[in-house]
Design a protein around this ligand. Structure first.
Ligand code: 5RP
Length: 219
C-alpha cells in the first residue's frame, strides 16, 4: 500500500464526519486533494464551504463546488486538513504547502478539526520536518536571526509567496519538545505572521491512513 493510498484512506474516512447542513472548512495539500475529489457527491448536504488556500479554492470550484469568502461566514462546523507531522497528543506541524496562516484561522474558527494523515506523519516529537514560519517580507533577516538564536537553521523558501503576500522560512533542526511553549514564544517575535506549530489549537480528531486500515485518535 503506497503513501498515496494511505492518504486517500484517511481522506475518505473523514467524509463520515460530514453532517447535514454544516459549514465545511477545507484545508490544503495532497491528502486534502483526495478529500476534495470525493466531495462532489456530498456537496448537496453542505450549507457552505470555505477554503484555506487559492489552490484548494481552484480545485473545489473546478469540481463545481461554490466556495464562500470566510469573511462572510460566522462559524465553521467542521474543518478537514492534513499535516506534515502529528503526535498522539494531536499537536501538529503544518505549512509544508505554505497555507499555514489561513489554515490556522479556519482551524481556530472550527467547532471540530479533523486532521487526515498517512502513517508516516505520526511522530513522537515534532520537528523532524522543518518548521514553516510565515514572515512579513521586510522582517526576513531579523526573524531568521531569531530562529538561529533559538537553535534552528532557517532556510528561505525561495520563489514562493504565500496567498497573503508573505514569505516562508523553513526552520530545520528545531527540537520541539514543548510545542505549546514554542508556539507561544515564536508568536511573540515581531514579523512572524504564523508559526506552523498547531498545538494551542491542535486537531480534535486524527484520522490515520495505515496499510491495514484506518486508525482514529481523539481527544
Ligand atoms: C499545507 C499543509 C498541509 O496540510 C501539509 O503540508 C500536508 O500536506 P500533504 O497532505 O500534501 O502531505 O499544512 O500548508
Amino acid at each position: 500500500m503506497t503513501q498515496d493510498e494511505q492518504k486517500r484512506r484517511a481522506a475518505i474516512a473523514a467524509l463520515d464526519y460530514i453532517e447535514d447542513g454544516i459549514t465545511l472548512g477545507v484545508g490544503t495539500g495532497s491528502t486534502v486533494d483526495f478529500f476534495i475529489d470525493a466531495l462532489p457527491r456530498l456537496a448537496h448536504r453542505l450549507a457552505a464551504v470555505v477554503s484555506s488556500s487559492e489552490r484548494s479554492t481552484a480545485k473545489l470550484e473546478s469540481l463545481g463546488i461554490e466556495v464562500k469568502s470566510f469573511a462572510e461566514i460566522d462559524r465553521i462546523d467542521l474543518y478537514v486538513d492534513g499535516a506534515d507531522e502529528a503526535t498522539k497528543h494531536l499537536h501538529l506541524l503544518k505549512g509544508g504547502g505554505g497555507a499555514l496562516t489561513r489554515e490556522k484561522v479556519l482551524a481556530g474558527a472550527a467547532r471540530r478539526f479533523v486532521c487526515i494523515v498517512d502513517a508516516s506523519k505520526v511522530v513522537g516529537t515534532l520537528g523532524r520536518f522543518p518548521l514553516p514560519i510565515e514572515v512579513v517580507p521586510m522582517a526576513r533577516s531579523f526573524v531568521a536571526r531569531q530562529m538561529i538564536k533559538a537553535g534552528g537553521e532557517p532556510v528561505w523558501r525561495k520563489d514562493f509567496v504565500t496567498d497573503n503576500g508573505n514569505i516562508i522560512l523553513d526552520v530545520h533542526n528545531l527540537k520541539i519538545a514543548n510545542p505549546l511553549e514554542l508556539e507561544t514564544r515564536f508568536n511573540q517575535i515581531p514579523g512572524i505572521v504564523t508559526v506552523g506549530i498547531f498545538a494551542h489549537r491542535g486537531a480534535d480528531v486524527l484520522v490515520i491512513g495505515e496499510k491495514d486500515g484506518v486508525r482514529t485518535l481523539g481527544r
